[in-house]
Design a protein around this ligand. Structure first.
Ligand code: ME8
Length: 514
C-alpha cells in the first residue's frame, strides 16, 4: 500500500475499573465504520483502540476487589478486547498503558517536556476528582446534596495537597487559540469547538502532572516519589502506537492522527491538554477531535448504581450484530445525545432493515432466481425511470464519502435509505410480476436495474454492516468489493450465474406472553 493516502483513527482508551457498556461500544463502532469505509475507499488505515490502566481510580477499584491493580487491568482489558472482537471491529492494534512500549514512550515525552522547560517542580493544593481523574478549580464546582461540593460532572471531589510537577499550560494559551483559529475543523461538532475555545479564552492554569499520594502509575524519570498524572500517561498512547519516540516508520507514516473520536466528557483533555503537550514537545497535534454525545437508557442516565447499564453483548445476542451496528449509528444524529430503548431498536430493525432493505433484496433476488434462470438478467434499452434509478444508485458514493468525512453517519445512512425507498417505489411502479406475462424482456431490464442498484447499496453498507452486506454481495456474485467498483463502469454483467437467494435481515418478533 505504499503511496496510498493514510487514515489514522483512534478511540479513547477505556478505564479498566469497569466492564464495557453500550457507551464504549458506541465510540469503538463509530471508529470501526470509518476505518472500514476508508480502507474500502483505498486508504492505508490504522485503527487503534485499547485500555487505560493506571491511576488512582483503577488502584482504588483493585483495592475494593482485593486484587492487585495489574490483575484487575489484565482481567478487564481482556473484556474490552473481547468487546471489539464481538462487535466485528477491525482495529489494527490494541494498546494497554501497562505495556513496555508505552512506558518508554511516556517517559521519553516527559523528558522532552522537561528539556523544553515546560515541566517544573512545585506544590499542588486544590480539588481532585478520582472518578473523573481530573483537577477542578474552586469556581468550577457545584453544590451537591447537603451543600457538599461536587465536580461539574457530579463526581465527588477531594482536597489534595502534595508536591507535584506542573506542565506550563498557561504558556500555551495563545498558541492553542491560534491553532483553533487556523484549523476550523480541528474540534467538532461546532458546539464543542465553541466550548473549548471559550474555556481556553477564560485563562489556563498550569496543570499538575504528577502525584505522590499513590503508586499505580508510570514513575517520573529521575524522581521515583512521583507517578505521572494518568491523563498525560493515557493521551500519549496515540503516539506510542505509532512507535514514538522513534519518529520514522509508522510515526512518519500515520502521525498526526486524522481523528481522535471521543465522548463529550473528555473533549477538554483531547482538545486542550493534548495539543499543548504535543506542541510543547515539538510534535504536531492530531488533525481533528470529534466529541460525540451521550447515551441514556429508556430516558435515564446510564449508571451502575441505577443498575441500568446496557451490556452490548446482550444486545448483539438479542437483535443481531449488524442490527445493533446499524441502530447505533442511525438512531441518533452523531454528536447529539441519544436514548436507547427496546422500542426504538425494534423499529429500526423491522422497518428499515427487514422491510425496506431486506425486502427489496429479497423480492428482487427471488424473482431473478425464479424467472431469470438464477443468473444476472439481460437488460434492453433504459427508459427515464430506469435511468433515474441507476443515477441515484451510482451517485451515492460521493454523498456517503462527504458524510463520513464530517462523521455524520446518520446523514450517510439516510442518503442510502432514500435510494432504498426509491428502489421499492420503482419495483411497485414497474411491477415486474406483471411484466413477466406481458413483456418478459422488459421484466429483465427492470430486474437488472434493481440488481445493479442493490449491488451499489451493498458495497456502500459494507462499512456499517459487514456480514449482511457480504451476504448480499455473495448473492449477486460480486467479488470486487472496494468502493471504486461503485458506479456504472463496473455494473453487473448479464448472464453471470447467481447462487440461490436467502433472506438477510430477519424481523424481530416479540415473544407473546403465554
Ligand atoms: O475517559 N454514551 O475512559 P472511560 C456515550 N480512560 N459514550 C460513552 C458513554 C455513554 N453513556 N459512556 C462512556 C476515559 N462512553 C479515559 C480516556 S483517552 C486517552 C483516556 C465512551 O472508560 C465515550 O467515548 O471513562 C467516553 O469518552 C469514553 O467512553 C470514556 O471511557
Amino acid at each position: 500500500m505504499s503511496g496510498a493516502k493514510t487514515f489514522y483513527v483512534t478511540t479513547p482508551i477505556y478505564y479498566v475499573n469497569d466492564k464495557p457498556h453500550i457507551g464504549h461500544a458506541y465510540t469503538t463502532l463509530a471508529c470501526d465504520v470509518l476505518a472500514r469505509f476508508k480502507r474500502l475507499d483505498g486508504y492505508d488505515v490504522k485503527f487503534l483502540t485499547g485500555t487505560d490502566e493506571h491511576g488512582q481510580k483503577v488502584e482504588k477499584s483493585a483495592e475494593v476487589a482485593g486484587i492487585s491493580p495489574q490483575a484487575l487491568a489484565d482481567k478487564n482489558s481482556a473484556n474490552f478486547r473481547e468487546l471489539a472482537a464481538r462487535l466485528n471491529c477491525s482495529n489494527d492494534d490494541f494498546i494497554r498503558t501497562t505495556e513496555k512500549r508505552h512506558v518508554a514512550a511516556v517517559q521519553a515525552l516527559w523528558t522532552k517536556l522537561v528539556e523544553s522547560g515546560d515541566i517544573y517542580l512545585g506544590h499542588y493544593e486544590g480539588w481532585y476528582s478520582v472518578r473523573d481523574e481530573a483537577f477542578y478549580g474552586e469556581d468550577e464546582l457545584v453544590a451537591g446534596p447537603n451543600g457538599r461540593k461536587l465536580a461539574p460532572t457530579g463526581a465527588p471531589v477531594e482536597w489534595v495537597k502534595e508536591p507535584s510537577y506542573f506542565f506550563r499550560l498557561s504558556a500555551w494559551q495563545d498558541k492553542l487559540l491560534e491553532w483553533y483559529d487556523a484549523n476550523p475543523d480541528c474540534v467538532a461538532p461546532q458546539s464543542r469547538r465553541n466550548e473549548v475555545i471559550s474555556f481556553v479564552k477564560g485563562g489556563l492554569q498550569d496543570l499538575s502532572v504528577s502525584r505522590t499520594s499513590f503508586k499505580w502509575g508510570i514513575p517520573v524519570p529521575g524522581d521515583d516519589a512521583h507517578v505521572m498524572y494518568v491523563w498525560l500517561d493515557a493521551l500519549t498512547n496515540y503516539i506510542t502506537a505509532v512507535g514514538y519516540p522513534d519518529q520514522g516508520g509508522d510515526y512518519a507514516r500515520y502521525w498526526p492522527a486524522d481523528l481522535h473520536m471521543v465522548g463529550k466528557d473528555i473533549v477538554r483533555f483531547h482538545a486542550v491538554y493534548w495539543p499543548a503537550f504535543l506542541m510543547a514537545a515539538g510534535l504536531k497535534p492530531a488533525t481533528r477531535v470529534f466529541a460525540h454525545g451521550w447515551w441514556t437508557n429508556e430516558g435515564q442516565k446510564i449508571s451502575k448504581s441505577v443498575g441500568n447499564v446496557i451490556d452490548p453483548l446482550e444486545l448483539i445476542e438479542k437483535y443481531g450484530l449488524d442490527q445493533v451496528r446499524y441502530f447505533m449509528l442511525r438512531e441518533v444524529p452523531f454528536g447529539n445525545d441519544g436514548d436507547y430503548s427496546h422500542r426504538a431498536m425494534v423499529m429500526r430493525m423491522n422497518s428499515e432493515l427487514a422491510n425496506d432493505y431486506g425486502n427489496l433484496a429479497q423480492r428482487v433476488l427471488s424473482m431473478i432466481g425464479k424467472n431469470c434462470g438464477n443468473a444476472v438478467p439481460v437488460h434492453g434499452e433504459f427508459n427515464d425511470d430506469d435511468r433515474e434509478m441507476l443515477d441515484a444508485a451510482h451517485g451515492l458514493l460521493h454523498k456517503l464519502r462527504d458524510a463520513m468525512d464530517r462523521q455524520v453517519f446518520h446523514e450517510g445512512l439516510e442518503a442510502l435509505w432514500v435510494v432504498i425507498r426509491a428502489a421499492n417505489g420503482y419495483v411497485d411502479r414497474q411491477a415486474p410480476w406483471t411484466l413477466k406475462k406481458t413483456d418478459p424482456a422488459r421484466m429483465g431490464t427492470v430486474l437488472w436495474v434493481l440488481a445493479e442498484t442493490i449491488r451499489n447499496l451493498a458495497l456502500l453498507t459494507q462499512a456499517f454492516m459487514p456480514d449482511s452486506s457480504a451476504k448480499l454481495l455473495d448473492q449477486l456474485a460480486v467479488t470486487e468489493r472496494s468502493l471504486d467498483r461503485c458506479g456504472s463502469h463496473h455494473a453487473l454483467k448479464p448472464g453471470t450465474p447467481l447462487p440461490v437467494p436467502q433472506g438477510v435481515f430477519p424481523r424481530f418478533v416479540e415473544e407473546q406472553p403465554e
